[in-house]
Design a protein around this ligand. Structure first.
Ligand code: MN
Length: 425
């Protein structure tokens, strides 16, 4: 088994970090912020890693696998463990079925040995599994054929059963259902069929589970999708019941859509279930979180931190990464993204909420937006590094990973793979 331990910080590194941290602490104290409390929240922050993210994703055109690609879910869990050991921020893995289907006892054993747990289960009715009786070519939960719908429902129930054996507490459902031509599908009937199928799944959802539905405006269907936007997603959650919540994948919106406002609306009506974090420039690009527009990521967390002040104990939206890595080492991208998400959270914690509310009440637009930017501009790296130090993670995870030689080692153990499917969801 390939396990990587985070290298201990040298005394020089630790002393330098302490000086940076103290200097930042002094600045924050002048703003009335106690840095240790922020560090503790940073240390408690967690985001789940997608099992499909540790392999090279590829695009619709090609896939260029790197060395040491994981061969199966057990290799994937080892790579996920590296990410968590070095960042201290990713204790759980989100599985995709049937890609990760395996004996639950073996999965539990492996994850336990690696110090990992399982996050939301993801079903797959957007592609045909080998040996599958009926095809999802023309849809799954909304298909015109009741036999296909029944097969898709049964698959989701199978995901729940496996998740229960693994200690998961949520099922995420994303369907590629939709149409490519005007007139191809009756928009109302398709949504009715989808809702009826989802009701069957929801009926069998364990009492302590959440059902997360994920909207996406286009692709693979390019004219219409059945669950195309947050409004439809909200309708689904409202129709199904209180344990049905909306999942927001940052890449599943039209360019320039105000995602933080969608987040605020879903929070206000108790239907925000969680996130698939990534970044994009044009569409569902699945780029690394915070790599293109870190300010947007910060603005999403600004809504979450604001909501936490008023929310009850049930407010704990799921944090998951959903990216596709084409030109980087997936482990490096996932570590970097986990830290960028953590950074956005910490920056949002630094917003002077009292001052912001005062400026909003007084209609002082300039000072209100300046208050947000003051928090966003704060270099919180010493806080993140100190949180990692306290957890025995690496001060500089990417540097530690490169020095470890992990990729070269697993490349020797895992035969090179060619081609293969994507995993862009
Ligand atoms: Mn997603």
């Amino acid at each position: 088994m390939s396990v990587l331990e985070a290298p201990a910080a040298t005394s020089v590194e630790e002393a330098e970090l302490r000086r940076d941290y103290d200097a930042l602490g002094e600045r924050l104290a002048r703003r009335g912020v106690a840095i240790d409390a922020i560090r503790d929240k940073a240390a408690a922050f967690a985001v789940a890693v997608p099992s499909w993210g540790v392999g090279t994703g590829g695009t619709r055109f090609a896939r260029f696998p790197g060395p040491g690609e994981p061969r199966d879910i057990f290799d994937k869990l080892e790579d996920c463990a590296v990410i968590h050991r070095l960042t201290g921020a990713t204790p759980r893995v989100s599985l995709h079925i049937p890609w990760d289907k395996a004996d639950p006892a073996a999965l539990r054993q492996k994850a336990g040995d690696l110090g990992l747990g399982f996050d939301a289960m993801n079903s797959n009715t957007f592609s045909d599994a080998p040996g599958q009786k009926l095809s999802y070519k023309f849809g799954s939960l909304s298909h015109t054929d009741p036999g296909v719908r029944a097969q898709a429902v049964a698959h989701n129930l199978e995901c729940i059963a496996l998740g229960q054996a693994l200690g998961s507490k949520a099922l995420t459902v994303w369907v590629g259902d939709g149409s490519n031509f005007p007139g191809q599908s009756n928009l109302t009937r398709a949504f009715e069929r989808y809702l009826d199928a989802m009701r069957e799944i929801y009926r069998d959802l364990p009492d302590d589970w959440r059902l997360l539905t994920e909207h996406k405006m286009y692709e693979p269907a390019f004219y219409s999708t059945v669950v195309q936007d947050w409004g439809t997603n909200y309708l689904i959650a409202r129709e199904l019941g209180e344990r049905a919540l909306c999942l927001v994948d940052l890449g599943h919106h039209a360019p320039n859509v105000n995602i933080e406002m969608i987040v605020a609306r879903l929070i206000q009506f108790g239907k925000l279930g969680g996130f698939h974090f990534n970044d994009s420039k044009y569409g569902d690009d699945d780029l690394d979180a915070g790599s293109v527009d870190p300010y947007r990521l910060f603005l999403v967390f600004n809504e979450l931190v604001d909501a936490e002040r008023h929310a009850g104990p049930d407010f704990h939206p799921a944090h998951m990464i959903d990216q596709s890595h084409n030109v980087t080492d997936p482990i490096e991208s996932l570590m970097t993204s986990a830290m960028e998400i953590q950074r956005a959270h910490v920056q949002a914690l630094l917003v002077d909420r009292g001052a912001l509310e005062g400026f909003q009440e007084a209609n002082d637009a300039l000072m209100a937006t300046t208050t947000l930017r003051q928090a966003f501009r704060t270099d919180v790296e010493p806080i993140l590094a100190m949180a990692r130090l306290g957890k025995g993670a690496a001060l500089d995870p990417v540097l530690a990973y490169r020095r470890s030689g992990y990729r070269a080692r697993v490349a020797g153990e895992r035969p090179a793979v060619t081609g293969g499917g994507g995993g862009i969801v």
